[in-house]
Design a protein around this ligand. Structure first.
Ligand code: AMP
Ligand code: GLY
Length: 425
């Protein structure tokens, strides 16, 4: 049997979820995380080195890693997968030219147009464009303005206020040279994670994130305040349409590149009232917190799945999915997302560590460190999430909230309505 050494790049709840799943794999002997967090430290060796090719390649070689899994998009856009390929190290995550699908919204749009994938109509706007005519063109629904940069979720404004749209367009042109104005898509959002390589693709069950900070989808946009999987909005009819209209053409395109796409394509979807799916965005990595609720439902050994995708062997791996559902609720620091207060102790976490593996309910660590006394401290905007898994989504949700109620963080906030669309109808 394989006794693999795996390296996970990143420090969030997503990376803790990846480490938990590798920890449960009989094929994995050692897990290394760069830089990791206080949760990954319990099951992996954390390394405080810079996430650069120069710092990482010698470490990968010294550890003789069998697989590198890149959590966030920035190292992929910077070419980490290209460097691994050159060094002959299997990497789960696409090369920079393909990571550009997330790095550039314009590139993503042009790719979708070329591949015939349904997405919102758009216009590229620069200083020479008649701005008022462009705003008129999309009037009657909120304006959707997108900067063409990796902006960590801050590059998109959706607004019914024409002045706000105009101001954001003008400031974006000033900093970036141009910006995209796109048609508003009505409907319900869902995320689909598709593992792919040059030989095949495997769709993981669709999930739903909750991007706004407060209950009822109010408040500012965040990285994601909670998620559940599977999302009933992706019925079997919708699923088939997503595969036929989006996944198959994208895979055909990505598999035909000089270096095929080896990793996970995150498809941000809008499902309209006719059950027709449209692409809102592509990401070139697992979603966070979507990863935390999707991986527990994957029965196939995670090492086998991701190593196969990193080495063009996915056509030999069948995906097996657990019946049931998973749900996670994010606990965020006071002031998140604008200005999170960091450095406060987290109460109750020590007591939860017995459940530090998949069971009924567990904690995914994100922005958590330990101080010199060993006390768990909140060091990020999204601190942790309480995750539960079970047969019934309503019951699963209760268990996640019950777990969260045993934790405390001064000023911390979380949404009380995660899963409302699926549980409350
Ligand atoms: P993005 O970074 O492209 O995912 O956009 C962030 C969020 O803005 C999405 O999750 C949607 O909620 C919203 N959004 C983006 N594009 C559109 C669109 N064309 N129509 C409606 N909402 C959108
Ligand atoms: N949860 C959304 C994302 O990871 O981009």
């Amino acid at each position: 049997m394989v006794q693999a050494t795996v390296m996970v790049i990143g420090s969030g709840g997503r990376e803790h979820a990846l480490c938990l799943a590798f920890n449960a794999s009989p094929l994995v002997e050692a897990i290394h995380c760069v830089p990791g967090n206080a949760g990954t430290a319990l099951i992996a060796t954390n390394h405080g080195v810079a996430i650069t090719e120069d710092a990482l390649l010698p470490l990968m070689t010294a550890l003789d890693v069998d697989l590198v899994v890149v959590g966030p998009e920035a190292p992929l856009c910077a070419g980490l997968a290209d460097a691994c390929a050159k060094a002959g190290i299997p990497c789960f995550g696409p090369v920079a030219a393909l990571a550009h699908l997330e790095g550039s919204k314009l590139h993503a749009k042009e790719t979708m147009t070329a591949a015939g994938v349904p997405t919102a109509d758009y216009q590229r706007i620069d200083a020479s464009t008649d701005l008022e005519a462009a705003l008129d063109r999309y009037a009657g629904a909120p304006w959707v303005v997108k900067r063409d940069v990796l902006a960590g979720g801050k590059g998109v404004v959706v607004t019914s206020d024409r002045d706000e749209a105009r101001t954001f367009i003008t400031s974006s042109i000033a900093s970036d040279g141009f910006v995209l104005l796109e048609a508003f898509l009505p409907g319900e959002e869902a995320s689909m994670l598709v593992v792919m390589d040059g030989t095949a693709f495997r769709c993981l069950p669709a999930s739903q994130d909750h991007k706004r900070a407060y209950d009822g989808d109010e408040g500012p946009n965040t990285g994601g305040m909670g998620a559940y999987c599977p999302a009933p909005v992706v019925s079997s009819v919708v699923h088939r349409r997503i595969v036929e209209r989006i996944v198959e053409p994208m895979h055909a395109y990505l598999a035909a590149q000089a270096t095929p796409y080896r990793g996970v394509l995150f498809i941000g979807l809008m499902i309209d009232e006719h059950d027709d799916p449209y692409v809102v965005e592509f990401n070139v990595r697992f979603g966070d917190p979507e990863c935390q609720v999707t991986l527990p439902l994957v029965n196939t050994d995670l090492y086998r799945l991701l190593h196969a995708a990193a080495t063009d062997g996915l056509n030999e791996v069948e995906l097996s999915i657990v019946e049931g559902s998973a749900l996670t609720v994010v606990l965020a620091s006071e002031g998140y997302p604008a200005a999170p207060v960091k450095g406060r102790p987290i109460g109750g976490l020590e007591e939860q560590l017995g459940s530090n593996a998949y069971g009924d309910a567990w904690v995914n660590f994100a922005g958590v460190s330990r101080d010199e006394n060993g006390t768990y401290i909140a060091t990020g905007g999204r601190v942790l999430s309480a995750t539960a898994m079970g047969d019934d989504l309503a019951e699963t949700r209760s268990r996640a909230y019950e777990l969260l109620s045993g934790l405390s963080l001064e000023g911390g906030h979380y949404r009380t309505d995660i899963g409302h669309r699926a549980v409350d109808g």
